[in-house]
Design a protein around this ligand. Sequence first.
Ligand code: CAA
Length: 413
Amino acid sequence: MDELFTPENLKWRDRAREIADRVVRPLAAKYDRLQEYPWEIRDAIKEAGLFGVWIPKEYGGHGGGVLDLCLVVEEISRACGGVGVLFAVNALGSFPILLAGTEEQKQHYLPQIARGEKLIAFGLSERNAGSDASGLTTSAREEGDSWIINGQKKWTTNGGAADIYSVFAVTDATSKSRRISAIIVEKGDPGFEIGRREDKMGIRCVPVVELHFDECRVPKDRLLGGRPGLGFKHAMMTLDRARPGVAAQALGLAAGALELSTVYATKRQQFGQPISGFQMVQQMLADMATQVEAGRQLVYAAARACDAGVAELTKLAAMSKLFCTDMAMKVTTDAVQIFGGYGYMKDYPIEKYMRDAKITQIYEGTNQVQRLVVARNLIKESGSLDHLAAFIPLPDHENTIADSERAAQAAGA
Ligand code: CAA
């Protein structure tokens, strides 16, 4: 369906596909085993110019949008979900700067990220503030020309490899709605250390670490946007634009697992024929393919909504993340089933897809949080449907369906 995309969309997608097949796929198992950051893959992505895809041209990028970002993440994740997030998390880290940074902050940080010279990470979650992001306690106080940061962050993807960190901290503990601000921290800032590195089920090539701040001093002009108190809002706006990227990662994992399963099913012989000849296997493949395609359309719709800035983007972004990540868990589990006993073994590439898929249901907001976001927005929008109330007999009124019909006729419906 290339006709649905611009030549630019297709350029970035095809470039990512080439890197995924030539560089990422052959190295995926090695870095999964070693749990090391794959700098050689980062270099290939950098040389292909992909780190600049979502960054505007005036800040050294290629001027693409969330749709281009998602196309690239999908292609890379078809070969390795870990590399998919290793790439996508740079968008998550840089969106706060793009959305809220001062012109000086954008001019300083974004070109380095666009060139792939500096990696960036997003420091929001804490030990006791995961889903309840606004409950974070890392603090920052003003002292002379500096901000002094104290506290710890948890589950920071890309941490240690990254040079730049968008860090969310309490700057006014007395305020209810303006408690939190975003501050840029750089590797080497005094009092900033990388803490514990997690040993993970999946996405093992990318580091997920704690960030420790002990009287960490950064210059005052690192406060994002120059105004305190807007950090939580900016974190939420960032997640709206980044969640389609997680959906794209999950989509790529599901699509990649489906491709491998289809090839395996046509080669694997049982009872004297390829297992693709059996209707039970055909049914699984058909259901997997249908789910993947449904997810794909939702990711592209959510990404286009972000690029167009439509009012429904929060809901669509959450829906795309919710649907695609649940779908990826199902499809990758079914893929292991099609591979049978071999699928369970690490000698085969398929069990890694299932392990990598699991985290997509959890990070950047659990799927329980996505349902909450979808439901809250649905209820908020329901005001525009009030005219339908005339058709609904309510239990505490003594009206009937006939009364409702009369009322609707009188209203000219
Ligand atoms: N856009 C703009 N503003 C928004 C917004 C949005 N999408 N969502 C909320 N806000 C604003 C509200 O309007 C409100 O503003 P006022 O105070 O001015 O009225 C304010 O933010 C608070 O909103 P809520 O009352 O809805 O906030 P809440 O405390 O009930 O939280 C939540 C809502 C949806 C549960 C939110 O906390 C959330 O998304 N939690 C999940 C956090 C998350 O995704 N963490 C992942 C971190 S990244 C990661 O996974 C690691 C990694 O490295 C990959």
